[in-house]
Design a protein around this ligand. Structure first.
Ligand code: NAP
Length: 252
């Protein structure tokens, strides 16, 4: 028995991620790409095309408005665009409260290995006195630190709190130029922007006489597509807001 393909719209379709996502949806037999939207295109085309899932791969300034629009029009949303803050997430939660049955996935990283690295980081964090994150990306990335690094820092902070660990040791007294990086949830995060890179992250753990490093590399945007497709296929089964693809994976 064959079932009707799920109608999907991609916003940001002309971008690097959007182009890849359009290809991945077109290549999937159980999905149908019904709308490809770029900057300046009318979102009404998405509703007219009958999309049930909207994939947002645009820019931080547009993503929230797109998601609220999708909810208002009864569509699930799968979001890869980064740069979300608590206030914007709260607005999405409020909108979803009035739309039972609709799901929104906001995934700071669709690469399965990066999701695993975040989970492993939370586990490792319990056992090491020191932890720092280095995220490395292409120079066209507009936000820093990366959404993945923020979420990894949050995971490390949770792991440390569960183990009763205090602040990471750091005797720095003077740092007028910010050489110690940003501090997210108590964890130092360093952002590198380098031509030739795509998306990479290193999580460094230090204990007396020991270092443990977790590293994930996305060499090509195609690495994000299994996660994007998983999100599209699963979003209707997860009503409400889910932040992080791990919410759709059975990681124990
Ligand atoms: P990009 O190449 O700059 O693509 C963004 C596209 O969105 C551009 O074509 C842009 O058009 C278009 N756009 C801007 N506003 C729009 C709107 N209101 N409606 C429709 N399209 C709009 O960026 P990218 O590398 O593809 O990344 C896109 C987003 O995904 C970024 O936030 C990035 O950080 C994130 N990202 C997430 C993951 C993940 O795994 N979650 C992985 C990689 C990247 P113009 O060129 O005309 O501005």
């Amino acid at each position: 028995m064959t079932s009707t393909p799920l109608p999907v719209a991609v916003l940001g379709a002309a971008g690097r991620m959007g182009r890849e996502a359009c290809r991945a949806v077109e290549d999937a037999a159980d999905l149908e790409l019904v709308a490809s939207i770029g900057r300046g295109d009318d979102l009404e085309a998405v509703a007219e095309a009958g999309a049930q899932v909207v994939v947002d791969l645009t820019v931080p300034s547009a993503a929230k408005g797109n998601v609220l629009w999708a909810i208002e029009h009864g569509m699930h949303a799968v979001v890869g665009t980064t740069g979300w803050d608590e206030q914007s997430l709260g607005e999405v939660r409020s909108a979803l409260a009035g739309a039972p049955g609709l799901g929104v996935l906001i995934a700071p990283n669709f690469a399965i290995g990066a999701v695993l690295a975040m989970r492993f980081a939370e586990i490792a964090a319990r056992y090491y006195e020191s932890a720092e994150i280095v995220e490395l990306h292409h120079p066209a990335k507009v936000d820093a630190p990366s959404g993945t690094a923020r979420h990894t820092a949050g995971a490390i902070a949770r792991g440390r709190a569960a183990a009763g660990l205090g602040p990471v040791p750091d005797a720095t007294e003077q740092d007028p130029d910010g050489a110690r990086g940003a501090v997210v949830d108590g964890i130092h995060v360093h952002a590198v922007r380098l031509r030739g890179l795509v998306a990479h992250e290193e999580v460094l753990f230090g204990g007396t006489g020991e270092q443990f490093t977790l590293r994930h590399d996305s060499f090509d945007r195609v690495s994000f597509m299994p996660g994007v497709l998983l999100g599209i296929r699963e979003v209707s089964r997860h009503p409400g807001l889910t932040v992080g693809l791990d919410g759709y994976m059975d990681l124990g």
